[in-house]
Ligand binder design. Structure first.
Ligand SMILES: *[C@@H]1O[C@H](CO)[C@@H](O)[C@H](O)[C@H]1NC(C)=O
Ligand SMILES: *[C@@H]1O[C@H](CO)[C@@H](O)[C@H](O)[C@H]1NC(C)=O
Ligand SMILES: *[C@@H]1O[C@H](CO)[C@@H](O)[C@H](O)[C@H]1NC(C)=O
Ligand SMILES: *[C@@H]1O[C@H](CO)[C@@H](O)[C@H](O)[C@H]1NC(C)=O
Ligand SMILES: *[C@@H]1O[C@H](CO)[C@@H](O)[C@H](O)[C@H]1NC(C)=O
Ligand SMILES: *[C@@H]1O[C@H](CO)[C@@H](O)[C@H](O)[C@H]1NC(C)=O
Ligand SMILES: *[C@@H]1O[C@H](CO)[C@@H](O)[C@H](O)[C@H]1NC(C)=O
Ligand SMILES: *[C@@H]1O[C@H](CO)[C@@H](O)[C@H](O)[C@H]1NC(C)=O
Ligand SMILES: *[C@@H]1O[C@H](CO)[C@@H](O)[C@H](O)[C@H]1NC(C)=O
Ligand SMILES: *[C@@H]1O[C@H](CO)[C@@H](O)[C@H](O)[C@H]1NC(C)=O
Ligand SMILES: *[C@@H]1O[C@H](CO)[C@@H](O)[C@H](O)[C@H]1NC(C)=O
Ligand SMILES: [Zn+2]
Length: 409
């Protein structure tokens, strides 16, 4: 059959085939990190895909998005906990539940015996064996640039923008999101962002028993190790909810606690609890402070999110203004000259001086996705294969149908 390839009629038909595929057939599923990174439609970006190394390892993790506990047969986790638990205080109790409902009404906020950030914004532990949290940035006029709650499946427009700007950030990843969206997580590390943990299921940490709080951290760093090949050495508590008991658990796992000084409240816009205008006002206020000398002797951190279109678009919109207001925008680890950000020694970040002189990555790229392509191309799940062949069949069907239509007119 001879097709009038370049005729306007065919172009219109091709567009129609595209429409049929887009609207009535499953979106295609990504097959590699590079493939996922090229998708521009958010719905298609968020179409679940199959990645064998994750599927094959799910038995070793708690249920995704459910509060974690140590799996009863996970001997490695149990022995690590047995070791760490010896340095976790037993005289600090959960302050309430994991949803932030605080029943601990007798807590003395004024003396703040547990250095409970949620009540007091305390960042200097009462327990002398613990290091202080990172809340500000030692470098003057510098913003520690970072985003919580990723990887979000629809982050391509945001990450494309960061790449264009040659801007790196600290990404605080939720373990459940990393296993749901491994290619998105790979894109972050391969593009030079620093990866820290943000727990397994994103609940209030001081509401967990010590063993479950350990599991929340343990399985989030295990998820990052599985997908990215590296073990993080930093974490941020969801909602900032941390006290000395939780800090001791994090310290036992080698995780530095990173908090913030200003909250954009971008994360609350989706719930309707705060308006977009209020979020912009929070950004503007932070920028005004940078402009009037508030950060001239010490830089700062504002809480912002890789959570949804609003939080990411607001980050994009405000990037030029932040860049103008601050002398430097750098990942938190870079501001601390933390050149070895992971337990594994084969990966390094630039120093602060190197970064601000233009070397924004060192030998950070080209590793986590070499295993990716082999992992995914050799093993498609039956559902992914079905979705793909469904698309192909429909296209073929549409083309035959339209071919008949063309011949008829
Ligand atoms: C590996 O990651 C780089 C950087 O994100 C990307 O350009 C490349 O396409 C990826 N390769 C594969 C095979 O996914
Ligand atoms: C642990 O138990 C689960 C089922 O509860 C099983 O799927 C998994 O393979 C077991 N893991 C080990 C290391 O034995
Ligand atoms: C136990 O903890 C200590 C530090 O508290 C550490 O040096 C040691 O490597 C740990 N051992 C295991 C088996 O995790
Ligand atoms: C608050 O609730 C937690 C978890 O439900 C419980 O472990 C704790 O004992 C309770 N504390 C008080 C003071 O009632
Ligand atoms: C670093 O080594 C680990 C194994 O120890 C590997 O999984 C990872 O891909 C390596 N990363 C780089 C950047 O070479
Ligand atoms: C909205 O804010 C109120 C008061 O701070 C709080 O009780 C409620 O849980 C919030 N709702 C959501 C959906 O965040
Ligand atoms: C700087 O601006 C902020 C926000 O407008 C204000 O709260 C703060 O008092 C100002 N500080 C100085 C030193 O002017
Ligand atoms: C990721 O962002 C999209 C909006 O682009 C949102 O619909 C989705 O719920 C987000 N995913 C998660 C897990 O928060
Ligand atoms: C947010 O959504 C709009 C409309 O779909 C899109 O044009 C824009 O690129 C998105 N922004 C980000 C950062 O994802
Ligand atoms: C980082 O290194 C630079 C250059 O050596 C130094 O001036 C700065 O004080 C260091 N910052 C920290 C937090 O160690
Ligand atoms: C990355 O850099 C570190 C520190 O400079 C070095 O030890 C390591 O060999 C490098 N790894 C690769 C894969 O180039
Ligand atoms: Zn969060």
């Amino acid at each position: 059959m001879r097709l009038p390839v370049f005729s306007p009629k065919f172009t219109a038909i091709a567009a129609l085939v595209g429409l049929i595929n887009f609207n009535s057939v499953h979106a295609r599923t990504a097959t590699s990190e590079g493939d996922e990174a090229q998708i521009t439609d958010p719905v298609e970006e968020c179409t679940a895909y199959y990645y064998a190394p994750v599927t094959n390892a799910l038995d070793g993790f708690p249920t995704i998005w459910q509060p974690a506990s140590i799996l009863s047969n996970d001997t490695e986790a149990l022995s690590t906990w047995a070791n760490i638990s010896q340095s976790v205080p037993t005289n600090i109790y959960p302050h309430g539940d994991i949803y932030g409902d605080w029943n601990d009404t007798s807590y003395n906020v004024a003396s703040d015996p547990d250095c409970w950030w949620t009540k007091s914004l305390c960042t200097t532990p009462k327990l002398s064996s613990l290091p202080s949290d990172i809340a500000s940035i030692p470098e003057p006029e510098t913003m520690g640039y970072g985003f919580d709650d990723g990887p979000n499946c629809s982050h391509n427009a945001f990450y494309d923008y960061l790449l264009e700007q040659n801007q790196k950030a600290t990404m605080f990843f939720i373990g459940s999101n990393v296993l749901d969206w491994p290619y998105e997580a790979m894109r972050a590390i391969d593009e030079g962002h620093e990866i820290c943990a943000h727990t397994w299921s994103h609940h209030y940490m001081t509401g967990f028993s010590s063993e479950d709080a350990f599991a929340e951290l343990y399985y989030s760093i295990k998820a990052i190790k599985l997908v990215l090949g590296v073990t993080p050495t930093c974490w941020r508590p969801p909602f900032g909810d941390v006290d000395d008991r939780i800090r001791a658990i994090a310290e036992g796992l080698g995780l530095q606690t990173i908090i913030w000084q200003y909250d954009s409240f971008d994360w609350e816009e989706q719930s309707g609890n705060i308006t977009a205008a209020q979020v912009y006002a929070n950004y503007d206020n932070f920028i005004a402070k940078a402009g009037n000398g508030t950060f001239d002797s010490e830089g700062s951190i504002m809480l912002t999110h890789e959570l949804n279109n609003f939080t990411m678009q607001t980050a994009v919109t405000y990037y030029p203004k932040l860049k103008d207001a601050f002398k430097y925008l750098v990942p938190v680890g870079v501001a601390l000259n933390k050149t070895q950000p992971y337990v594994e020694t084969n990966y390094s970040l630039p120093t602060f001086s190197e970064y601000v002189a233009g070397t924004t990555t060192t030998n950070s790229s080209g590793s986590s996705n070499s295993t990716t392509s082999s992992g995914s191309s050799t093993s498609q799940s039956s559902s992914a294969t079905a979705a793909l062949s469904h698309t192909k069949d429909s296209t073929l069907f549409a083309m035959i149908f339209l071919g008949i239509f063309v011949l008829a007119v």
